[in-house]
Ligand binder design. Structure first.
Ligand SMILES: Cc1cc2nc3c(=O)[nH]c(=O)nc-3n(C[C@H](O)[C@H](O)[C@H](O)COP(=O)(O)OP(=O)(O)OC[C@H]3O[C@@H](n4cnc5c(N)ncnc54)[C@H](O)[C@@H]3O)c2cc1C
Length: 514
């Protein structure tokens, strides 16, 4: 088959070949392209809620406003997309909600800052076209016209060269691999898809499994640098389930002609957060930014409130959505050492994004994976090859992203230090690049950016219910076997909101029966 292309076969043969290539190689292209951040379909871990249970527990249909009795007072800790989604479903069911966010703006890891008067995510963000929970929420908010679908281009930087990776044929032209290995890369998908049950992979690492599926060279050139770039010192520990999920559940985000399409929100993710906020407050919910939950108030094993800098907010239930180590600090005075330790057994990596506002474009690629271990960033994401630069007054936006331990030198750098550190690498990658192109720069850090999904991860995921009565946990580390993402934050937020509403309603009915 490969020879046919090489020696100029007839057009029909080439068409058939192209079709086969499409089937065999498209998914790896998508996978490689979206390795830094991928999302997929609805799934439930054993300890998470199932879709069916959510429907049964919810006293309302997804599109109707609750008309029954108001039930209880819930305090939500964290104004990321999980907290917002939970507050949204609770207020719809008549529950009194107070959402506390310690930052001065909402959105959490998907939060924003301003560029030329327009909001932009601190850390690059987009959706896939099959991110159904986002799309459903947007529909409920009657904001479908705000979703923007855009074609994007993906590439890879390897051995001082750029490789386009936007189509299956680009994979066939990926010269760092020989022909056999290029096909092995494609066959990986078919072999991985034979695995029907993720639980059978729980005891294996991604490294072991990938070496078996596609051999040492494909692993060395393609997967190892990406795993190292994404998970750093944890790369060899990452579970095969984490990787399998990308292959198995990632259905692709493409147009009818096979091109890669991603989604964004008019005005950025901040505008969607604002839309959800409007819905919450219009139904009577309260949102307090710049207000950290300092401590839980617990009486005889039951949560009764949350302590903030300006007093105690009474609560019948509390839902915490920050990272698990932060939740462990809150529960520590009220729970056993064993329980608190169980919340601390999941490791996280931090992330830094250096955001450059440039007076011109760096390249035509949106998403550039860096498979060069000497380069300190794992991704160069030119956001304005996705959302046009006209949105930002003609400024071109480039993110340099790196996942790393919070003890790493780069994480500790000041913003000017991070810029000075990065410029020589950018010049090596783009020899024409000049520092004078930089109009402004921003250096963003997030300590708890990526939970480390190791073997037997399901054993480590804490339950949403806790030993403290009325205190619930819904965080991105509980999303499994998929990886975190706003799509799953919304799914999880809605699920916990429905669970807590149902619990409060049951408690009220019980009280009435006495
Ligand atoms: C570099 C990067 C790129 C990403 N790219 C994408 C992407 O392209 N698409 C996508 O969908 N997702 C992406 N994600 C993932 C996405 O941002 C997260 O999955 C999602 O935002 C998590 O939402 P959350 O509400 O669960 O948690 P968080 O966003 O972490 O929200 C938790 C909130 O709790 C607050 N908080 C903490 N402690 C307290 C306290 N004591 N009191 C009050 N508030 C408190 C925090 O300030 C925070 O706002 C990316 C993440 C990173 C790091």
């Amino acid at each position: 088959m490969i020879g046919l292309i090489a020696y100029g076969a007839k057009r029909t043969t080439v068409a058939v070949f192209a079709l086969l290539v499409h089937v065999f190689l498209w998914v790896p292209v998508t996978l490689v392209g979206r390795f830094l951040f991928t999302t997929s379909r609805y799934v439930t871990g054993t300890r998470l809620l199932t879709q069916e249970s959510i429907v049964q527990m919810s006293p309302t249909s997804p599109n109707s406003k609750y008309s029954g009795d108001p039930t209880g007072q819930v305090v939500l800790i964290g104004g990321g997309f999980t907290g917002l989604a939970a507050a949204y479903v609770l207020t719809r069911q008549g529950v009194q909600v107070t959402l506390l966010e310690r930052d001065d703006h909402l959105g959490g890891l998907a939060g924003s800052f301003e560029v030329n008067g327009e909001r932009l995510e601190k850390f690059y963000h987009h959706w896939f076209t099959n991110d159904e929970h986002v799309m459903q929420l947007v529909k409920e908010l009657h904001a479908e016209d705000c979703i923007l679908y855009r074609p994007t281009r993906t590439g890879m930087y390897y051995a001082n060269n750029f490789f386009k990776l936007s189509s299956p044929l680009d994979v066939l032209r990926f010269t760092p691999l020989n022909w056999i290995d290029r096909l092995r890369l494609g066959l990986l998908v078919l072999r991985a898809r034979r695995v029907k049950d993720w639980q059978q992979l729980e005891a294996r690492t991604a490294e072991e499994w990938l070496l078996e599926l596609c051999g040492r060279e494909v692993y060395r050139v393609v997967w190892e640098p990406l795993l190292r770039g994404k998970f750093g010192p944890f790369a060899s520990d990452i579970s095969a389930v984490w990787f399998w999920n990308k292959v198995k559940l990632r259905g692709g985000s493409r147009s009818k002609d096979g091109g890669e399409v991603l989604a964004y929100y008019k005005g950025g993710f901040a505008a969607l957060a604002e839309r959800i906020t409007e819905a919450i407050t219009s139904m009577g919910g309260q949102i307090q930014t710049g207000t950290a939950a300092a401590a839980l108030v617990v009486d005889e094993g039951r949560v009764t409130g949350v302590q903030t800098g300006s007093g105690i907010i009474r609560a019948d239930a509390v839902i915490a959505t920050p990272a698990l180590p932060l939740i462990a600090d809150l529960v520590e005075p009220h729970a056993t050492g064993d329980y608190t330790r169980s919340l601390r057994q999941i490791d996280y990596l931090a992330n830094v994004c250096l955001v450059l506002e440039l007076d011109r474009s760096l390249s035509s690629t949106y998403w550039l994976n860096v498979n060069d271990p000497d380069f300190p960033f794992v991704g160069v994401i030119e956001h304005t090859n996705f959302e046009p630069s006209t949105t930002y007054g003609g400024r071109h936006i480039v993110y340099l992203s790196k996942y790393l331990p919070d003890t790493a030198d780069l994480y500790q750098m000041s913003s000017p230090e991070a810029l000075a550190f990065s410029i020589p690498y950018l010049q090596r990658m783009f020899p024409d690049f000049r520092p004078e192109w930089i109009l402004a720069h921003h250096f963003w850090r997030a300590q708890y950016s990526q939970p480390i999904v190791v073997r037997h991860y399901s054993d480590r995921i804490p339950s949403q219910e806790t030993p403290i009565d009325g205190f619930y946990i819904a965080t991105m580390a509980q999303i499994y076997p998929e990886d975190r993402g706003t799509n799953y934050a919304i799914r999880q937020g809605k699920a916990i909101g429905n669970l807590v509403a149902a619990k409060l309603s049951q408690a009220k009915q019980l009280a009435r029966s006495f």
